[in-house]
Design a protein around this ligand. Structure first.
Ligand code: GDP
Length: 368
């Protein structure tokens, strides 16, 4: 499944948010297996009302949502890229995630120590992002060293990669994230992908505010404002949450939680919003498989081509990909059955270059 690493400085509310996300998702989706894979990894169902609509037509034995994993990556501090604290180990974890939720402390509370003494989103974001860029710089450097020995072979692929690596190194040296680095062609893209750079991953900033700052979506908070400005420059997004409130809500009975939310003038808990917004902001979409055994949702990145979509189910599906049979969720619901979709000529065969759309219902044909 798709996973998000939760990063941020110590004491900004990462664990609180992580616990709230995983516990609430568990409670809301009681019929779905929630599991804590490791103490710091939680899987949550992505809410999607289309699943039940599809199953109303298909009547499968099982309905399975798509999941998102959240990984609580603690231990990121100043100097982590140089191995300070438990630095390197944690940076290794971040490399493996698909996207990053960067929790930024926007709340003021003199009882909760801040590692740098005060609430200052700009400084905090800079501290974390600098560590991450350093880390990528190391990765690129190692790659350049490895390639140096191979350059004399005049292998075109290596030459292209090396040229790209040199430009990237200069880019990172300016403390710019790899995200804003421009590749020139597909060979460079695939080289870059092979590096699993941290600062190339999509980031969603979670502005952690006190409960009384939620009702106007953080608009009255100068810290949220500062964070939004940073995010806008980077082309990233901000979701305003209150980790502590979410934690408290999770411990209340539904009725009491509702009363408490009314009190704070909040219409919906922040976590659904975080999961849903996160899902779309991180450039993800959903396709479905729908057979008599199961109706199931799968997560893919936008612009995903059919073979890669197949690969989400099983790598063999991608390797042996022949074609995809595709129809649209909207057509199924509008026409009422798969047979009617076929009659209408809307059940298509698509090849390797097909770019999937959100809500596609797909069946893959593949060689084993
Ligand atoms: P982490 O080190 O980033 O994982 O931070 P924790 O989740 O352990 O939180 C550190 C402390 O901050 C805990 O005592 C939390 O209860 C508190 N905290 C978390 N979110 C908020 C918030 O929105 N407002 C306030 N005042 N305290 C919070």
């Amino acid at each position: 499944g798709f996973n998000c690493g939760i990063v941020g400085l110590p004491n900004v509310g990462k664990s609180t948010l992580f616990n709230a996300v995983t516990r609430t998702a568990n409670a809301q989706a009681a019929n779905y297996p929630f599991c804590t894979i490791e103490p710091n990894v939680g899987r949550v169902a992505v809410p999607d009302e289309r699943l039940d609509k599809i199953n109303g037509i298909i009547n499968a034995k099982k309905v399975i949502p798509t999941f998102m994993e959240f990984v609580d990556i603690a231990g990121l501090v100043k100097g982590a890229s140089r191995g300070e604290g438990l630095g390197n180990q944690f940076l290794g974890h971040i490399r493996q995630v698909d996207a990053i939720v960067h929790v930024v402390r926007c709340f003021e509370d003199s009882n909760i120590t801040h590692v740098d003494g005060s609430t200052d989103p700009a400084r905090d974001v800079d501290t974390i992002n600098t560590e991450l860029v350093y880390c990528d710089f190391e990765t690129v450097n190692k790659s350049i060293e490895k390639m140096a020995r191979l350059l004399k072979n005049n292998d075109k692929k290596i030459l292209v990669a090396n040229e790209c690596a040199q430009r990237l190194k200069a880019h990172l040296e300016l403390l710019k994230p790899a995200r804003s680095f421009q590749t020139l062609n597909e060979d460079e893209d695939s080289y870059l992908q092979s590096l699993h750079l941290i600062t190339r991953k999509q980031v969603l900033y979670a502005a952690n505010v006190n409960e009384n700052e939620l009702s106007d979506n953080g608009n009255s908070s100068k810290h949220v404002k500062a964070l939004r400005e940073i995010a806008e420059k980077e082309g990233s997004k901000v979701v305003v949450v209150s980790a502590r409130l979410e934690e408290e809500l999770g411990q209340l009975e539904a009725e009491d939680a509702k009363l408490y939310m009314d009190d704070l003038k909040i219409s919906e808990p922040g976590l659904d919003r975080l999961i849903k917004t996160g899902y779309s902001l991180l450039g993800l979409m959903t396709y479905f498989t729908a057979g008599v055994q199961e109706v199931r949702a799968w997560t893919i990145p936008k612009e995903c081509k059919a073979p890669q979509a197949a690969g989400v189910i099983h790598t063999d599906f991608e390797k042996g990909f022949i074609c995809a049979e595709v129809y649209a969720y909207d057509d199924l619901v509008r026409l009422g059955s798969e047979a009617k979709v076929k009659e209408a000529g809307l059940y298509r065969k698509e090849g390797r270059d097909y770019v999937c759309k959100d809500g596609d219902i797909m069946n893959f044909l593949f060689n084993v």
